[in-house]
Design a protein. Structure first.
Length: 148
């Protein structure tokens, strides 16, 4: 019995170890929302002023699945007040999902809207990708010593 418990725990550790390594690869297994969220977390974002933005990404998530769609939104008093998805012909259509009370209008923090939850438990976020701060310059590598 002890051998079975030890064998079982070794097997569990192996599975957890392999899963943990694949999650650390750098984003290959991440959906589009999580890839963008990592970029916002690493770099930060400029403040989003009131106005209409036609260069946003609107994410629709359900479980581990995500769709990232180009779109447009209106911001008033620091909150997303209207959202539109961009169609292939360049036109925009308003998002017509039923939203949970209290989720909308959604405040914008660090270039991303707060979670907007639909009646179907779908999660929506608006990402202001043009507001991401530029990548910081890396360190300049020092040369190796020479025999001068």
């Amino acid at each position: 019995m002890k051998k079975i418990i030890i064998l079982f725990s070794i097997l569990i550790n192996a599975v957890v170890g392999v899963y943990g390594q694949s999650a650390k690869k750098g984003g290959d297994d991440l959906n589009c929302y999580f890839k963008w969220a990592q970029k916002f977390d690493l770099r930060g974002a400029e403040d989003v002023a009131d106005g209409t933005y036609s260069d946003v990404i609107i994410t629709f998530r359900s479980g581990n699945d995500a769709q990232c769609i180009n779109g447009k939104c209106d911001v008033k008093d620091g909150k997303v007040t209207a959202m539109y998805t961009k169609m292939e012909d360049g036109s925009y259509e308003p998002i017509k999902r039923k939203l949970h009370a209290g989720c909308f209008p959604a405040p914008v923090t660090n270039g991303m809207s707060a979670v907007i939850l639909t009646a179907e438990n779908e999660i929506i976020n608006v990402l202001f990708i043009k507001k991401i701060k530029p990548k910081k310059a890396g360190f300049e590598k020092a040369p190796d010593p020479s025999d001068d």
